[in-house]
Design a protein around this ligand. Structure first.
Ligand code: F6R
Length: 240
């Protein structure tokens, strides 16, 4: 894995934005895998700014997001779909027909098959953006006894529920999510992992220096041939 340590979240956002814009210019109908959460927000801000400056167009870009809560309406203010609309899609010229999302209210097995087929039909994911949970999760793949493969419905762990509970002020934080599996994520041609802040330092160390184990789902990235990891100094602070 190629690890880069940059000074700040903003510097990482600009660097990752630059890589995504390069990809879009090289292949205007490229397929991007996108993540939600606080980590990619500086990247999405930089992409919106690049679009506003006229240096990139998302007109033919296709996207697939990693995960979505279950048992929450798609347009609820805390759904990941709403997050993506607010942070990126409504700020650029995305064609709504090109936005791929898991449906947290569909039958999980049928939805998983549909999503894998849709990604395959799009030609596979060219560039997948990832964040990491404090417990080493990627997407909503929590520590487990085996690496998951395709998308599946997952019970969120207490640590993940505590980390995200603050966003839910009207309805209880969902207990389940539907997420792309580790196997499906690793089929992307290139992965970009971003981790910022001290709270991610232990998970980053396990991802980069620990054994490849489903107890740290992010450690599976060690088996992928093209991974770029962007860290700020706090997230890198435990690396040897
Ligand atoms: C969300 C996702 C999650 C987050 C992770 C970190 O789509 O994939 O794995 O990347 O929970 O979340 P933040 O960025 O909020 O610290």
């Amino acid at each position: 894995m190629n690890v880069q340590i940059l000074d700040s979240k903003t510097a990482i956002g600009s660097a990752v934005c630059g890589l995504i814009c390069d990809k879009i210019r090289e292949k205007p109908d490229c397929v991007l895998g996108l993540a939600t959460g606080a980590t990619p927000v500086p990247t999405y801000d930089a992409l919106a700014a690049a679009y506003a400056q006229g240096t990139v167009s998302f007109r033919n870009v296709r996207t697939f997001n990693l995960d979505e809560y279950c048992d929450l309406p798609k347009t609820h203010k805390n759904s990941f779909y709403t997050f993506m609309q607010a942070q990126l899609f409504s700020r650029v010229d995305m064609n709504p027909a090109n936005i791929g999302f898991l449906d947290g209210n569909a039958d999980p097995a049928a939805e998983s098959a549909r999503y894998t087929a849709a990604i395959e039909e799009a030609g596979g994911i060219d560039l997948q953006l990832l964040g990491i949970g404090r417990n080493g999760h990627i997407a909503f793949n929590e520590p487990a006894d085996a690496f998951s493969q395709e998308s599946f419905r997952v019970a969120l762990t207490e640590s993940t529920r505590i980390a995200n509970a603050g966003y839910f002020d009207d309805v209880p934080m969902p207990r389940y999510a539907i997420t792309m599996g580790v196997g499906l994520i690793l089929r992307a041609r290139q992965l970009i992992m971003i981790a910022t802040g001290e709270s991610k330092a232990a998970a980053v160390k396990a991802m980069l220096e620990g054994p490849v184990t489903p107890q740290c789902p992010a450690s599976a990235l060690q088996t992928h041939p093209d991974v770029l990891v962007f860290l700020d100094p706090a997230a890198a602070s435990l690396l040897s």
